[in-house]
Write a protein that binds this ligand. Structure first.
Ligand SMILES: [Zn+2]
Length: 261
């Protein structure tokens, strides 16, 4: 007769299965960090990806299918994907609400107020096809331009959710669609922050056993929302030094982990 203590039984069941992870651990680490970069910038290919590669980290790049740094450099994005970086969907034309303060840059043709739900979902699916033609992958995550998700009265997230492993967004609709469970998720969209401030956000995530999602745009230029290359490098150095405690991974890997029962 085999005698199994409850502790041994637990060890047996859970050994090797991340589904047994407690909700306050991240792939057996104290915290998780997703390094995400929006809007398909040349500087992501030319500066950010080489910096990530030298540190051994994989980032997530939310690409706009119509943006010149995508259409003119598809081969470079393909190489980035082959190195393990995630190519995420940031829609075909980046539609946002134009009638808001500071949104003068939104062109009327791409004002989300002028969209139909059908047009929005069609464009998101076409962008998925473009990205699949680039990296060969069928699993993908979505980042909503400007965090705007409603066309008329309905959120387009419900219409496209079956095409995505996760939505990188903190809106109530995204939370509902994602079903990530009872986990602590923190966000930082750096704009002019110092390296020390970026590191402080990571230290807070470590203390809170949280996932911290960085939403970068410009890194050393090319975007109004920008951080210096130096601040970004200091963040990566801190992450590297604390790699034993922090799980740094593409958003899709972390989303997959969070969706496991
Ligand atoms: Zn964007």
């Amino acid at each position: 007769m085999r005698i199994t203590t409850p502790a041994l039984l637990l060890l047996t069941i859970c050994h090797g299965f991340s589904s047994c992870a407690q909700t306050n651990t991240w792939n057996r680490k104290q915290a998780a960090v997703a390094l995400t970069y929006d809007d398909a910038l040349n500087i992501h290919l030319d500066q950010v990806i080489p910096t990530l590669d030298s540190a051994g980290f994989k980032g997530t790049f939310y690409l706009i299918g119509s943006a010149a740094p995508f259409t003119q450099r598809i081969g470079d994005w393909r190489k980035a994907a082959a190195k393990g970086h995630e190519l995420g969907n940031h829609t075909l034309y980046h539609p946002c609400y134009g009638k808001r303060p500071g949104r003068e840059w939104v062109k009327p043709d791409y004002d989300l107020n002028n969209y139909t739900l059908q047009r929005m979902t069609d464009e998101i699916k076409v962008n998925n096809a473009l990205l699949e033609a680039t990296d060969g992958k069928k699993q993908r995550t979505l980042a909503c331009p400007c965090g705007d998700t409603k066309v008329a009265d309905s959120s387009y997230l419900y219409a496209v959710k079956d095409h995505f492993t996760g939505i990188r967004d903190a809106t109530p609709d995204a939370n509902t669609v994602n079903g990530f469970g009872n986990r602590t998720i923190q966000w930082m969209a750096p704009a002019g922050n110092s390296g020390a401030e970026l590191i402080a956000a990571v230290q807070k995530a470590m203390k809170d056993h949280a996932l911290l999602v960085f939403v970068f745009h410009g890194v050393g230029g090319e975007h109004a929302l920008n951080v210096s290359a130096e601040a970004h490098r200091e963040l990566l150095q801190f992450l590297k030094k604390n790699e034993a405690q922090i799980w740094v991974a593409p958003f899709i890997d972390i989303a997959t982990f969070m969706r496991k029962p």
